[in-house]
Design a protein around this ligand. Structure first.
Ligand code: SAH
Ligand code: SF4
Length: 338
């Protein structure tokens, strides 16, 4: 919902100020579905507000069904673009919502389905927030709550910084969604100004870096962003971030067969991240087929993993959710299909 437009409407109608708080509660805390559902409101006020979007996104489809551990929402913007949001229901009771920050992405990483789509437009803060609210509405029906939010859907969050930082404010503010910063993570392919701004404006929000290669040459081959922000400069920015925040940074590393998954690369990764000591955590990700590369097999993945582990770095392998429903990382292409 657009707060400014709604406030202007209330002023125009000379409605009392508390109507604003009531609507915020209805949208951000009770997850009601429309203005009409605010049962404490007089009918004429509900009717007047109908001209404003309650949820700017329309839920076009959920798949595969609400009982699965991973639910993909296909959402349609008012200008008829499709974006995707994924709810991951973990066995320990946490529910993570993976949200999109753009329609498409301009960064063109070779292994990513969103990247091959190209860029259409930025999502507004209200559109990004609405993905969380729509997910919360579905979870609410199952008597469950959103416990974590990750910016790992479509788009590069730090290419849409103003709207992403406004989203963070709305998600964390106790009068709005009210989720703690430590339950929110932003993943970036390495846009340095965004990393610097995160350290200043939201230092408690978790940072994840999509690293995917341990040296500049290889990184630039699979991630064009490395040409604009080199690995050296990225590592300097991460060190600065660590100095300011003292928060652990997660490095994501998608395993591409014969490309970045040899012991030589594992050793380079140890050299690159070793100096960050306990403030670096590596997360190996299984490559979800998008047609361009092949996934590393289990044996090779194990060797890579062990080499890094025995050198004292903190490392995990991401359990993959949602591959069957094409809701896994890098498979989000926002097409109206399942
Ligand atoms: N643009 C941001 C956030 C969205 S991508 C970023 O790149 O970090 C979320 C994660 O999925 C990133 O780590 C990304 O590199 C990874 N990813 C992209 N394509 C993938 C694929 N085909 N298989 C597995 N992970 C992939
Ligand atoms: Fe964009 Fe991230 Fe995909 Fe790269 S991995 S193309 S930055 S969404």
């Amino acid at each position: 919902m657009n707060h400014q437009n709604f406030e202007a409407k209330l002023n125009e109608l000379k409605a009392p100020k508390y109507r604003f708080q009531q609507a915020m509660r209805a949208y951000y805390k009770d997850f009601l579905g429309s203005w009409d559902d605010i049962s404490t409101w007089p009918k004429d006020l509900r009717l007047e507000c109908r001209s404003l979007a309650w949820s700017p996104l329309k839920l076009a489809e959920t798949s595969p069904d609400l009982e699965f551990s991973s639910i993909k929402l296909l959402l349609e913007t008012e200008d008829r673009h499709f974006i995707e949001t994924v709810i991951i229901r973990h066995q320990d009771g946490r529910n993570t919502v993976c949200i999109s920050s753009q329609v498409g992405c301009a960064m063109g990483c070779g292994f990513c389905a969103t990247g091959t789509l190209g860029f259409t437009r930025n999502l507004s803060a209200e559109e990004i927030v609405d993905q969380v609210i729509q997910a919360a509405r579905i979870l609410n029906q199952q008597e469950a709550k959103v416990t974590n939010i990750v910016f790992m859907g479509m788009g590069e969050p730090f290419n849409n910084p103003d709207n992403v930082f406004e989203t963070l404010r709305l998600l964390m503010h106790p009068d709005y969604f009210g989720l703690g910063a430590r339950h929110i993570s932003i993943s970036t392919c390495g846009i340095i100004p965004g990393i610097q701004r995160l350290a200043k404006e939201a230092p408690q929000v978790n940072l994840a870096i999509s690293l995917h290669a341990p040296d500049q040459l290889l990184r630039a081959q699979i991630m064009p962003v490395a040409k604009a922000y080199s690995l050296d400069k990225l590592m300097d920015a991460v060190k600065d971030y660590l100095k300011r925040t003292n928060r652990k940074v997660m490095f994501e590393y998608v395993m591409l067969n014969g490309v970045n998954d040899g012991l030589e690369q594992a050793e380079k990764l140890v050299k690159l991240l070793g100096p960050l000591k306990q403030l670096a955590h590596i997360n190996l990700i299984k490559y979800h087929d998008t047609g361009t590369f092949k996934a590393t097999d289990e044996k090779r993945r194990r060797e890579f993993f062990e080499h890094i582990r025995k050198n004292g770095l903190s490392i995990t392998q991401r359990v993959s959710f949602g591959e069957q429903i094409k809701a896994a990382c890098g498979q989000l292409a926002g097409k109206n299909q399942s």
